[in-house]
Design a protein around this ligand. Structure first.
Ligand SMILES: [Cu+2]
Length: 106
């Protein structure tokens, strides 16, 4: 039997170039939930919500402190927010208010 040996093709991972700040933390929006529902980050960190559910959702801050945390209605895609002030920020989906999450900024 003849065996042909070939080196495995080398794979390279392309690093995106540019000025876009990568997300420091990600929240998956799927199956009518925010996951993780509770997330702790540092001041200055950017959180990206990754919308992948069948239904559209929003990220809407609860209370005065969370003003500015207010996404449009998103069907599929990403939405990011940079938290600059320490504190506890609760949010919900305005279309499904039972969907809730908390970001703790240290
Ligand atoms: Cu929703």
């Amino acid at each position: 039997a003849t065996s042909t040996r070939r080196a495995h093709p080398t794979t390279t991972t392309a690093q995106p170039t540019g000025d876009a700040k990568p997300a420091d933390a990600t929240v998956e929006v799927n199956t009518m939930k925010f996951a993780p529902a509770e997330l702790t980050i540092k001041a200055g960190d950017t959180v990206t919500w990754h919308f992948k559910d069948k239904a559209p959702h929003t990220v809407q801050g609860i209370g005065d402190k969370a003003m500015g945390l207010n996404s449009p209605i998103i069907d599929k895609g990403d939405w990011s927010y940079t938290f600059t002030v320490p504190g506890t920020f609760r949010y919900l989906c305005s279309l499904h208010p039972e969907m809730r999450g908390t970001i703790t900024v240290q």
